[in-house]
Design a protein around this ligand. Sequence first.
Ligand code: COA
Length: 415
Amino acid sequence: MSHALEGVRILDFTHVQSGPTCTQLLAWLGADVIKVERPGEGDPTRGQLRDIPDVDSLYFTMLNHNKRSITVDAKKPRGKELLERLIRHCDVLVENFAPGALDRMGLTWERIQSLNPRMIVASVKGFGPGPYQDCKVYENVAQCAGGSASTTGFDDGPPLVTGSQIGDSGTGLHLALGIVAALYQRQSSGRGQKVLAAMQDGVLNLCRVKLRDQQRLARTGVMEEYPQYPDGKFGDAVPRAGNASGGGQPGAILKCKGWETDPNAYIYFITQAAVWEPICRIIGKPEWITHPDYATLPARLPRLKQIFDTIEQWTQTKTKFEAMEILNQYDIPCGPILSMKELAEEPSLRATGTVVEVDHPTRGKYLSVGNPIKLSDSPSEVTRSPLLGEHTDQILAELGYSEDQIAALRADRAI
Ligand code: COA
């Protein structure tokens, strides 16, 4: 079967997480992704958080599937010349260097356009134009600067970062969408364009409901679905809401049987208004169905703590899976807190290819997350990440390099 992005060539000048997430997605959609790495060391994540000596780390392998690797020293004249040939050969250049690094290599937008006017140049940066545009940024900085940390955690604790890599992988995902849109526009315009995804912008986009709440708070001074209501105080900025649901259907994380010893024996429970009646029956409070203090959502809002405490007395008598089974019979929205161990072992995720086992020549077998985006006519098969420079000769041959030219590149240590 063909693939959605077949024939698209990506010059992948990315490193660490945000850029590699983007190009891995494009590779899974069928693009030919040529990863350019510095000779000798390559992407710094190859050597970070290693669990096996001298073997590419899981950090690297899990972000660089389905790519080819070529080593090029972009600061050597022959390396620069090779890069320029790659620019003529490819459709998209993706990079996430610190601000200005690409220009310092001589690869300005103008230079790239003169080499290949159809080239799309896609960048992840920490910040867009403004006071922080020159800053280097990693994941947690973006979470803090994009509104996530100030709105995550409990009211009486400090700001918290989340386990989801919304700054890196989230921005990589935004960038991938921008690239696909630019490729589509190029079909009619015939021109490339610049695509920028700033990590602060990406995180803020994912926190858009909190900007919604900021404006509600400014207008009304109170948010009735937040745990601060009715007894706590609201300031002038959206507070941390603990595990309260972000939407209009109140929710909470509740203890299940075994919580005393199992840190993940919890369930997320949503008291959706449409299923209030079965909730009351299941938890043994049928009188709440018609009682004026509980019968309607507005009446329940000032009593959410007491309501969830009562529901928790019921959930503590069931394991999270038993509770799921009962609640799902009545279409009550709920979800178990699943640990990474449980997710790794979940057969249905293996069956869909969301969790895959990959074989690697020096590492052996390991688990990874496959493509979460499923296209019926463009299935993704996860293949292992490349070794450093594994495809250098192959790519040079495709570019028409002669053996003498390759020898000269080697003598110069440009590859
Ligand atoms: N050949 C020659 N030089 C190379 C090269 C190659 N193949 N690949 C990289 N380099 C050089 C760069 O040109 C740069 O040199 P310069 O500083 O002289 O211009 C140098 O390596 C380091 O690149 P830089 O991007 O500054 O890496 P860093 O390790 O110092 O910073 C980040 C890492 C992630 C903080 C930074 O790249 C950044 O802020 N990126 C944008 C935001 C981002 O994506 N952050 C999330 C990462 S998950």
